[in-house]
Ligand binder design. Structure first.
Ligand SMILES: Cc1cc2nc3c(=O)[nH]c(=O)nc-3n(C[C@H](O)[C@H](O)[C@H](O)COP(=O)(O)OP(=O)(O)OC[C@H]3O[C@@H](n4cnc5c(N)ncnc54)[C@H](O)[C@@H]3O)c2cc1C
Length: 357
């Protein structure tokens, strides 16, 4: 979105667009996701930090790109993200959703004729729960999403693409490849909700069309690993409750621990850490690479009104603008931020009447 005479913002055309609009004094709003916003703030020569953060594994790209510094800002630093472990629970009773039945003709007919059946469910995610397992945190640090089916039957589900293929077959076997029962459920253990590891997004070269280098540094901080371990412990306890036992529930790897973690005693801290380090993946909530903060905060790119510090007429409003990641899914907060940005541009407070006096 571009304020002023510029009507379109296209890949690689932003500079031309600004020039046509009469130079760089025009106002531009970037809301093109955390990778592209960070990349473009870099590449439009509007700012990047002279020295990379200490935890960065990358050398300063300035030497390669020879891009002049206009504003010295930590663009592309401080990337935060949530991770998820995806364990499965086996049960003895035919209570779970089976893909063949769910997607079959009968299911379609039931829905078309009577408006009932699988197609009226919320698409497998039946329940969400959030827990504050780390009492030092002010808000939940682990979130669970319950699926009324097992992931192993739905290998086209997007998040499986990131589970290492080396382990996928053992953890999520098809019916014919295992003696596990055909029924059960799966649980997304989303943690840490307050990650301490920090990633980076940097330019690979000076070429504006080159892909950036994304270094998420997942699980670099031990507290992040511990958060997933805590989440898996609680899930293991949940599976052993009376109600769960009544349907024969057990963690799918409890009878035969995963071969790549078999050196550790099952369900110990060490076993769950091994599980997390091998199987936890991103849940696609990266943010904070152009984070906002106080005018005096040198670790931030944007001021509290989403303006790029030291650059006139440029705002960023997307997941990259977050100061820190939220303690739950981030899409709704991104939309809230966009609404606030719209208010800031128009100079109004459209939710004043909702705010408590
Ligand atoms: C697979 C997946 C699943 C997810 N599931 C969930 C979920 O269940 N719950 C949840 O809360 N969050 C989820 N998220 C995260 C959520 O979608 C993102 O956090 C959110 O969309 C980020 O918003 P954004 O505005 O920063 O970027 P985006 O939503 O990516 O918007 C950026 C927009 O800019 C456009 N754009 C980019 N470059 C240019 C350009 N050069 N010119 C013009 N336009 C451009 C893009 O086409 C896009 O429309 C998921 C993300 C992914 C990838």
């Amino acid at each position: 979105m571009v304020e002023g005479n510029c009507q379109a913002y296209e890949e690689g055309k932003s500079k031309i667009c600004a020039e046509k609009a009469g130079g760089y004094d025009r106002k531009i709003m970037m809301c093109i996701s955390l990778v592209r916003s960070a990349k473009n703030v870099y590449r439009l020569r509007w700012g990047y930090r002279k020295k990379p953060a200490q935890n960065s594994q990358h050398k300063d790209r300035r030497a390669r790109g020879k891009i002049p510094v206009i504003a010295d800002l930590p663009v592309g630093e401080n990337m935060e993200d949530h991770m998820v472990a995806l364990p499965e629970v086996d049960i003895d009773q035919p209570l779970s959703v089976q893909p063949k039945v769910a997607d079959g003709l009968l299911s379609t007919l039931r829905y078309k004729l009577f408006g009932t059946g699988y197609y009226t469910t919320p698409g497998l995610t039946e329940a969400i729960a959030a827990f504050r397992l780390d009492k030092k945190q002010k808000s939940p640090d682990v979130q669970y999403q319950f699926f009324s089916s097992q992931f192993r039957f739905w290998d086209d589900v997007w998040f499986f693409q990131n589970v290492d293929a080396k382990y996928r077959k053992e953890v999520y076997p098809k019916s014919g490849e295992t003696d596990r029962p055909g029924h059960g459920f799966s649980i997304c253990v989303m943690a840490p909700n307050h990650p301490k590891s920090r990633g980076t997004i940097r330019l690979r070269t000076k070429d504006p069309f080159d892909y950036p280098v994304i270094q998420p540094n997942y699980l670099e901080h031990q507290d992040d690993v511990d958060s997933i371990v805590n989440g898996l412990h609680l899930l293991n306890r949940f599976v052993k409750t009376k109600a769960m036992k009544a349907i024969g529930a057990r963690m799918s790897d409890s009878k035969k621990p995963l071969s790549f973690c078999a050196q550790h005693k099952y369900a110990t801290d060490a076993y769950w850490e091994c599980y997390a380090r091998h199987l936890a993946i991103t849940v696609f909530h990266p943010c904070c690479t152009c984070r906002m903060g106080a005018a005096t905060d040198k670790d931030t790119v944007l001021d509290p009104e989403l303006r790029v510090k030291g650059i006139a007429g440029l705002r960023v409003a997307d997941a990259s603008s977050f100061h820190h990641i939220t303690a739950a899914n981030i899409n709704a907060p991104v939309i809230m931020l966009a609404e606030k940005a719209a208010d800031l541009i128009r100079g109004i407070d459209s939710v004043k009447h909702l705010r408590k006096s």
